[in-house]
Design a binder for this molecule. Structure first.
Ligand code: PMP
Length: 441
């Protein structure tokens, strides 16, 4: 089939014609095991009957009603479920069509809040290097991935980036995880002081870094220190759970494992599980009330936000995750995946680190395990791994290979929550073959 739709890939792509469980089939009938849910999207696999039925049922009722005039049953039902399981203090939901939109809305909500409480000087966003928050201009400006930003740099609002909490690369020899977590958080304190606390609006971070670093969780009490620093300076904490949320790490929100509640949290990807484009920004009562009692409403909006069909899909996905025992399953299968990765790659001369939580795992590829030296980007190793994996019938998410801080090539794995033990074995076998072929190329 001619490729006239332009997307990410260069060259001809196979055409996805059918999905069944953890597999995608192309026009030639070839099966691909979806080891990364695309980009951590397809958490329920590709043929979930409950979600499909919910979309059909909603379509028979009403497909669209503009949120300027109406709310809808699926949107309210979804919001209720999200709130019931959200971190402390979060009690409002703003539905959008994806992750970048959710991050844009979060940044604007934070700014409007600062105005409502009489602090117009707050406008600076601090984020972290090697992070990704989306591709629209505001979200791209917040993200700290040098390669994604560089072409658009003159268009981006000014933002400030500190080092991430990244144990493998930044923890000193002999330093405890606790001490390292505290030292990494100190970077935020230092940056706030440097900029002037009264000018800082928000700090945004992914609890487990996804696309740009390969499933990097925090160390020690990093996020508790971050929370304390934000509170002390009146800076809002925005957690971006677009990739790591919705059960992916074994808890519904990833930040539950860090013991913190944000002021604003963004979700997408697993929320629609690929059945509909949907994202959400969840806000604390404090922020919502300040706006409700101030100018009355959040000055933002998109034509398709709160779309009933997408909300029906999201509502069914969330029910599946919460009511059908999928969270404990993610923890169990996540442990099995980690064990299989450690067994296969623990001694591999070019696998420097195996990391992550739940069914959100990453391996980092290095030239030299002792020095943690990454491969030269000109080798394009991650692109070779992706191609070799597709040839093996495996979808995984390799990235990196740019001179961006210290992280080199890595492979992100985020299979559907319904992956079986056998399929975990198949995933690791295929990944191992793909790595061998890519390293030999
Ligand atoms: N934030 C994070 C953490 C993400 O991983 C992504 C997508 N990879 C986004 C935001 C942007 O989401 P979307 O592609 O749905 O706009």
């Amino acid at each position: 089939m001619a490729n006239h739709v332009f997307g990410r890939g260069s060259g001809a792509l196979p055409t996805a014609t059918r999905g069944e469980g953890c597999y995608i089939y192309d026009e030639a009938g070839r099966a691909y095991l979806d080891g990364s849910g695309g980009a951590a999207v397809s958490c329920l696999g590709h043929s979930d009957e409950t979600v499909r039925a919910a979309i059909h049922a909603q379509l028979d009722q009403i497909a669209f009603a503009h949120t300027g005039f109406f709310t809808s049953e699926p949107a309210e039902a979804l919001a209720d479920k999200l709130i019931a399981h959200a971190p402390d203090g979060i009690d409002r939901v703003y539905l959008l069509s994806g992750g970048s939109e959710a991050v844009e809305a979060a940044i604007k909500l934070a700014r409007q809040y600062a105005l409502e409480i009489g602090q117009p000087g707050r406008h600076r966003i601090i984020a972290r290097r090697q992070s990704y928050h989306g591709n629209t201009l505001g979200a791209l400006a917040a993200g700290g991935n040098a390669w994604r930003r560089e072409k658009y740099a003159p268009l981006l609002m000014e933002t400030y980036h500190i080092d991430p909490c990244f144990e493998y690369h930044h923890r000193h020899d002999g330093e405890s995880l606790e001490d390292y977590g505290q030292r990494a958080a100190q970077a935020l304190e230092d940056e706030i002081q440097r900029l002037g606390p009264e000018t800082v609006l928000a700090f945004i971070a992914e609890p487990v870094v996804g696309a740009t670093a390969g499933a990097v969780p925090s160390a020690g009490d990093y996020f508790k220190h971050i929370r304390e620093i934000c509170d002390r300076h009146g800076v809002l904490l925005i957690l971006d759970e677009v990739m790591c949320g919705m059960g992916r790490t074994g808890t519904f929100f990833a930040c539950e494992q860090d013991g913190v509640a944000p002021d604003i949290v963004t979700i997408a990807k697993g929320l629609g599980a690929g059945y509909a484009p949907i994202g959400a920004m969840l806000s604390s009562a404090r922020i919502f009330n300040a706006i409700a009692q101030g100018s009355g409403s959040f000055q933002h909006g998109h034509t398709y936000h709160g779309h009933p069909l997408a909300a029906a899909a999201g509502n069914a996905v969330v029910s599946r995750i919460l009511d059908d025992g999928l969270l404990p399953q993610v923890r169990d299968r996540g442990d099995a995946l980690e064990a299989a990765l450690r067994q296969r790659f623990g001694q591999h001369p070019h696998v420097g680190d195996i990391r992550g939580r739940g069914l959100f795992r990453g391996i980092e590829l290095v030239e030299d395990r002792d020095t943690k030296q990454s491969f030269d980007p000109s080798r394009k190793l991650n692109a070779k791994v992706k191609k070799a994996a597709m040839d093996e019938g495996l979808i995984c998410y390799p990235a990196g290979g740019t001179v961006d801080g210290r992280v080199g090539d890595h492979v992100l794995l985020a299979p559907p929550f319904i992956i079986s033990e056998d399929q975990i074995g198949e995933l690791v076998d295929k990944l191992s073959n793909a790595l061998d072929r890519a390293l030999a190329a």
